[in-house]
Design a protein around this ligand. Structure first.
Ligand SMILES: Cc1cc2nc3c(=O)[nH]c(=O)nc-3n(C[C@H](O)[C@H](O)[C@H](O)COP(=O)(O)OP(=O)(O)OC[C@H]3O[C@@H](n4cnc5c(N)ncnc54)[C@H](O)[C@@H]3O)c2cc1C
Ligand code: FES
Length: 285
């Protein structure tokens, strides 16, 4: 596994500098004046405004993958892709430029380089589903800057539950799947993965995926059947984000558990018993 970038101790205040709606999601940028550059696959614990006050939920910060990070003279610009599914995500999706965002991070283990995932890898296959395209976007930029050949496969339920494609720029090699068929392949993004892994590709490509638990479990099984090595960016409910509460534990294939916030969220697909972790992931995550 790649080394994680260590988070500075404690939470820090950042400035929201941009916000835009993108389909059913929102992208906002926060300027982190003093933090390090995150690695693809890492996440931050976010909170804002009246969070934790007498006004009710949310009380705890919420976990978000970083979707893009760009170093500037005054700090690192962090982009987050948010789907409003509850009180915390609703507050974050409503943030406007000029408001403050409190962050802790970058946290967790990032994605590994393709040669670390699969020693014979000549390239990468990136698979994103729903709001899970966020860490896939920053990984794509990272691999592209190294000239690594890759295919990107993105899937959504329908137009209302999609967005953020601009995070992939003018990426020609993106394959799209919509369950309602209004664009791209009608069906699941894992149908596209099955095709991409045909022939000798399965052992020559490192597969990376993030999306809802059912999608991740399908990716895990497809890769296992075809002897393809994969890393999955997983989710589970996270109360602390730094290993203290054990709320994010997931079962390991070899027995025992790992805490996703410190031993993940990126895991080797063959390391876990199942990606269908109880309590994790909303329908379009
Ligand atoms: C490592 C990690 C990275 C994440 N990255 C993103 C991201 O980039 N963009 C984004 O929009 N969301 C992301 N999430 C999910 C996000 O943290 C949850 O949607 C959020 O915590 C929900 O908070 P809430 O107060 O809005 O809703 P809550 O009231 O807490 O939950 C509303 C519903 O959302 C679902 N939910 C709750 N917690 C999670 C969770 N951890 N994961 C998935 N579904 C959950 C449940 O079905 C619940 O019923 C990530 C989660 C993790 C663990
Ligand atoms: S979220 Fe608390 S231990 Fe992982």
């Amino acid at each position: 596994m790649s080394a994680r970038v260590l988070a500075p101790f404690g939470a820090r205040s950042t400035d929201v500098v941009t916000r835009r709606a993108t389909g059913g999601y929102v992208i906002f940028t926060a300027l982190d004046h003093s933090g390090p550059d995150p690695a693809p696959g890492q996440f931050y614990m976010l909170s804002a405004g009246s969070w934790g006050s007498d006004s009710g939920r949310p009380f705890l910060p919420r976990a978000f993958s970083v979707a893009a990070a760009e170093r500037a003279a005054d700090g690192v610009r962090l982009e987050f892709l948010v789907e409003a599914v509850g009180p915390g995500t609703a507050l974050l999706a409503a943030l406007e430029p000029g408001q403050q965002l409190t962050i802790t991070g970058p946290l967790g283990r990032p994605f590994s380089e393709p040669s670390e995932v699969s020693p014979g890898a000549h390239g990468a296959i990136l698979v994103g589903g729903g709001i899970g395209i966020a860490p896939v976007a920053i990984l794509r930029r990272h691999l592209s800057s190294q000239g690594i050949p890759m295919r990107t496969l993105l899937g959504f339920r329908d137009e209302a539950h999609s967005g953020g494609l601009e995070l992939f720029g003018a990426c020609q090699e993106v394959g799209l799947a919509f369950e309602d068929g209004h664009r791209g392949h009608q069906g699941y993004v894992t149908d596209l993965l099955q095709v991409a892994l045909k022939g000798d590709e399965s052992t020559h490509a490192a597969v990376y995926a993030c999306g809802p638990p059912a999608m991740l479990e399908a990716v895990r099984q497809i890769c296992s059947d075809r002897d393809a090595r994969a890393e999955l960016a997983m989710e589970s409910p996270m109360a602390c984000g730094y290993g203290a509460c054990f709320g994010c534990a997931v079962p390991l294939a070899a027995g025992g558990y790992m805490r996703l916030c410190v031993d993940g969220p990126v895991v080797r697909a063959d390391e876990i018993e199942t990606a269908l972790v109880a309590g994790s992931g909303h329908r379009d995550q």
